[in-house]
Design a protein around this ligand. Structure first.
Ligand code: HEC
Length: 115
């Protein structure tokens, strides 16, 4: 039992250490090898690929789902609402370790793939 609890403590301690590492990476704003498409598939597709929860859909022919948002608010504001969350979308979509710059790159990818 003693060994087990030592192990669990080690596992708990590992969490803040690894997130401190992530914070270091975030200073670089967009990390090397950041792949907007892969991040979109991992963190945004669940809602934006299907329109779940009323999410504007991404993919060829869906430009009209985005046009009113772009016309009304502009790119900066929709990136900002991605960072803070909007309606039923949680802050940062589901890309919790993305920087605002990385989220912007994903949003640009989403808009380009919806033309
Ligand atoms: C849990 C479902 C969900 C996930 C995951 C999700 N979104 Fe959304 N997203 C939504 C919904 C719903 C809306 C519409 C919200 C509204 O207008 O009330 C939305 C709206 C947006 C908008 C338009 C914001 C605006 O101001 O009009 C952008 C841009 C966006 N999402 C980007 C992303 C990105 C990038 C990701 C992944 C990192 C992501 N979303 C992940 C549900 C989701």
């Amino acid at each position: 039992m003693k060994n087990l609890s030592t192990l669990s403590l080690a596992a708990l301690l590992a969490i803040p250490i690894s997130s401190a590492g992530d914070a270091g990476v975030q200073l670089a704003q967009i990390s090397d090898g950041f792949d907007p498409e892969a991040r979109y598939m991992a963190a945004c597709f669940a809602c934006h690929g299907t329109g779940a929860a009323g999410a504007p859909r991404v993919g060829p022919g869906n430009a009209e789902e985005w046009a009113p948002r772009l016309a009304e608010k502009g790119l900066d504001a929709i990136v900002e609402s991605t960072v803070t969350g909007i309606g039923t979308m949680p802050p940062k979509g589901l890309c919790f370790d993305c920087t605002p710059e990385e989220l912007r790159a994903i949003v640009e990818f989403m808009l380009e793939s919806s033309e």
